[in-house]
Design a protein around this ligand. Structure first.
Ligand code: NAD
Length: 305
């Protein structure tokens, strides 16, 4: 996608300057536990992009059966390793690690190396409008809106989804750009009507084709964060017209990736981000940018000590 490529280009001189100044490139350590096929793809893309831009990017694998203590010990080791400026723990973690594993592990990452912006310290800074490291997916969405010149000040933004990693930080970033923000979720009453009043509609739900044209004001900007894999032919037939590319892709592979936004929305919206190829590549570009930002912030802090 053009926007993600431009972000990667913009960050290139910062990587070169850091490397020259410190005698090593910015470093990202990625922790992957288990064998979730989608996580394998995400992690491969992130490492390829970060390493391809001239940073160091290293993968640390843990077995599907690894206890949470092993993941915590690995995070602590990366926290202490000066070669790594940024740490990413790929979600979801194996269920065997326990219900609170994700929270415990995200909390254990040094906030200065928290490339995903999930640590409560970084969440607090975001809420107070002095962001340092911000969650990559919502940051990528905002970058897209800004680079495409979509007006935000005084506009109504509706975010569907209230997760800590997408919905909430997305709402906060829009608020800080002077949008009037409504956050909707699974218990929201009258959702289509609220969504229809949005100038900017962000769908981060995890339900294929959930946002239909009756959710969308004509001309609205629609950002589709959802990534859903369809494996049932009936779902594909319901969502996509005969002869469409998605049907052809399904016929070839037996599965197809779709967003939370129904394809018909394209006919009414001003713009809709595609899935795949929309928010996904932007998220990866932000992992790269946050890695570089973390490296620069750490170097500045060290110099001030
Ligand atoms: P989540 O399951 O943590 O949160 C989903 C949210 O949707 C919840 O807050 C819930 O209240 C809301 N929701 C569920 N059903 C609803 C309904 N019927 N009506 C209204 N709201 C409803 O998911 P998440 O981690 O925020 O991810 C959301 C989607 O975005 C998923 O498809 C995920 O795969 C995708 N995602 C994509 C990227 C990317 O890089 N493109 C990154 C992260 C997540």
């Amino acid at each position: 996608m053009a926007c993600a490529a431009r972000i990667r280009d913009d960050v290139a001189p910062r990587i070169a300057a850091f490397t020259e100044r410190h005698g090593r490139p910015p470093g990202l350590g990625v922790v992957l536990a288990g064998q979730n096929p989608a996580s394998e793809v995400y992690v491969r893309n992130k490492i390829k992009t970060v390493a391809g831009a001239g940073c160091r990017a290293e993968l640390f694998r843990l077995d599907q059966s690894a206890p949470v203590e092993e993941a915590l010990a690995l995070v602590r080791r990366l926290n202490a390793d000066e070669a790594f400026d940024a740490i990413l723990v790929q979600s979801p973690l194996p269920e065997g690690m326990g219900k609170d594993a994700e929270q415990r592990i995200f909390d254990a990452v040094d906030p200065a190396k928290d490339v995903d912006g999930f640590h409560p310290f970084n969440v607090g800074l975001l809420v107070q409008k002095r962001p340092a490291l911000v969650a990559c997916t919502p940051l990528g969405c905002i970058e897209l809106l800004e680079r495409e010149g979509i007006a935000m000040k005084g506009r109504h933004a509706v975010v569907i989804g209230r997760s800590d990693i997408v919905g909430k930080p997305m709402a906060m970033l829009l608020l800080h750009r002077d949008c009037t923000v409504t956050i909707c979720h699974s218990r929201t009453a009258g959702l289509p009507e609220i969504a229809r009043s949005a100038d900017i509609l962000v769908a981060a739900i995890g339900r294929p084709g959930f946002v239909t044209r009756d959710f969308v004001k004509p001309g609205a900007t629609v950002i589709d964060v959802g990534i859903n894999t369809l494996t049932d032919e009936a779902d594909v037939t319901r969502l996509f017209a005969a002869g469409s590319k998605k049907r052809a892709a399904f016929a070839e592979k037996g599965s197809v990736l779709v967003g939370d936004v129904h394809p018909d929305v394209e006919e009414i919206a001003g713009a809709v981000t595609p899935v795949p190829g929309g928010v996904g590549p932007l998220t990866v570009a932000m992992v790269l940018r946050n890695t570089v930002t973390a490296a620069e912030l750490r170097a500045t802090r060290k110099a001030a000590m």
